[in-house]
Design a protein around this ligand. Structure first.
Ligand SMILES: *Cc1c(COP(=O)(O)O)cnc(C)c1O
Length: 479
């Protein structure tokens, strides 16, 4: 048996490379990263090819080891050079973010040390770090000291945690679902509807409250509907407001909705996945009035704190409610439960073992300080407004509501063609060009093109380029 063990050890030790091997790999990866970042200036924001990354499948898993250089070459060709480039300054589709470089270092550190960040007993420092970041976010939103939060993989899971916590806090059982009512707007992010279904609440009534002309939820209609529902014996339960809709960046009126939620005892959730961190810009603070009265808030550092994908956050005012849903005891965890100074992420989220996400958030915030973040966010607001003003100066372009955040919608109204069809062609032409990536949406049957200025690398130069591209494509499509 000893011989067998020793023989296996020889092979298994390959999993723990010595420093010279690590140095060689590090330098190759560093080289790859530098090349990637250095070519961002000239790379396209969007690119498709015949192969579209197919060859990555030639590198399926086999017994034999493969050289890192082969893997990196294939990564460049088959992953980095096809599809959407979210790191690009030209990415202005959906809600982008960019991917700050120090976050990559944070992930590297978190992965090398592999701290068990789910439980205070195992990683008190890591848990303190994450809870400190969450307290910082709570503080930004005006939440009290005893609020709690969790770093999630993104905004969708944050919304799911919110709705499940609300369901339990209101003590809703299966038999109550068909009498419960959830209030939303047509502009709600679909992850909220998805969360409602995952949370088992499909049978609840979903009330889509009408919008005002700026595509914000109408407070009067909301109250009217709640009163009606109560009269009909239903149980109003949850209201979602968007602080920054994904479609247009419209901000639902937070303060009056909070007052209604309080009056009728509803759980008030603010989905601020896109807009939340704009609170760091002083001129935006007025839009956030009343957010401290929300029961839960979704934030998304991989959007407006520019992190690489993989970090969202949920803040819940009532820590006990969050704990009650997610806390579990297990025999094999018995030595982790001594009095702890900090709440463990595992006790307030669906995850047990988790990625140590705090490091990728903390490192850039500390290395840069807050100032450039505030500046970048304010810059993006101005860039969106600049675009909104300038595109109207080009003949034939029509715009949606004035942007409250950094998303603007616009379309071209052709003289002798159906506008929806034309704009679909226009967005395809922009995407095919690839220097700038834009996505589109449909609101009340009208096809709109969206500009979402969020990537930290996007500056005036890219907005000017976009305006040029628009003129160029319209001219091509109309002659
Ligand atoms: C992006 C977004 C979400 C979903 O967040 P993910 O991080 O993509 O899971 C939810 N709500 C709003 C308003 C968003 O913009």
């Amino acid at each position: 048996m000893i011989n067998k063990i020793k023989e296996l050890e020889k092979s298994s030790k390959l999993l723990d490379p010595a420093q010279d091997q690590r140095d060689e790999w590090n330098s190759q990866v560093l080289n790859y990263a530098n090349n990637f970042i250095n070519q961002l200036d000239t790379a396209k924001a969007f690119c498709t090819s015949e192969e579209n990354g197919k060859d990555i499948c030639n590198l399926d898993i086999v017994e034999k080891a493969t050289k890192l250089s082969t893997l990196l070459e294939s990564t460049t060709k088959n992953i980095d050079e096809v599809g959407l480039n979210p790191a690009s300054s030209g990415h202005m589709g959906y809600i982008p973010g960019g991917g700050l470089y120090p976050s990559a270092l944070g992930d590297y550190i978190a992965a090398v040390s592999n701290r068990y960040a789910g439980i205070f007993f195992a990683a008190p420092g890591a848990v303190r770090l994450e809870n400190m970041l969450l307290r910082w976010m709570c503080n930004i939103m005006g939440y009290p000291k005893n609020a709690a939060g969790n770093l999630t993989s993104g905004g969708s899971i944050a919304n799911l945690v919110a709705i499940v916590t609300a369901r339990e806090a209101h003590n809703l059982k299966a038999r109550d679902f068909e009498n419960s009512v959830i209030y939303l707007s047509e502009q709600v992010h679909h992850s909220v509807q998805k969360a409602i279904r995952i949370a088992g609440l499909s049978e609840a009534h979903l009330r889509y409250i009408p919008l005002d002309n700026k595509l914000r939820l109408s407070v009067n209609e909301l109250e009217k509907t709640i009163i009606e529902d109560k009269e009909n014996g239903l149980k109003p339960f949850f209201i979602n407001a968007s602080l920054g809709t994904t479609n247009t960046g419209a901000i639902d009126p937070i303060e009056p909705i909070a007052a209604i939620a309080k009056k009728y005892k509803l759980w008030f959730h603010v989905d601020a996945a896109y807009g939340g961190f704009f609170k760091l810009v002083s001129e935006m603070k007025r839009h956030f009035k009343g957010i401290e009265n929300a029961d839960s808030i979704t934030l998304d550092p991989h959007k407006t704190l520019f992190l690489p994908f993989g970090t969202g956050a949920i803040l819940i005012k009532n820590k006990e409610a969050l704990f009650k849903v997610h806390h579990y005891l297990a025999d094999y965890m018995q030595d982790t439960t001594d009095a702890n100074e900090e709440i463990s992420p595992a006790d307030i989220s669906p995850e047990l073992t988790k990625h140590f996400r705090g490091m990728r958030l903390w490192l850039p915030l500390k290395l840069f300080g807050l100032k450039p973040f505030r500046a970048a966010l304010e810059e993006k607001l101005h860039l969106a407004r600049y675009f909104y003003d300038e595109v109207q100066k080009i003949e034939g372009f029509d715009v949606g509501p004035e942007p409250e955040l950094s998303v603007a919608i616009f379309r071209y109204v052709p003289k002798n063609e159906e506008a929806n069809i034309f704009n679909e062609k226009l967005v395809k032409a922009i995407q095919k060009d690839g220097r700038i990536f834009l996505s589109s949406t449909t609101i009340n049957g009208i096809f709109w093109i969206r500009v979402a200025v969020v990537v930290f690398r996007t500056h005036l130069e890219q907005i000017e380029l976009l305006l040029e591209i628009l003129k160029e494509k319209v001219e091509k499509l109309t002659t």
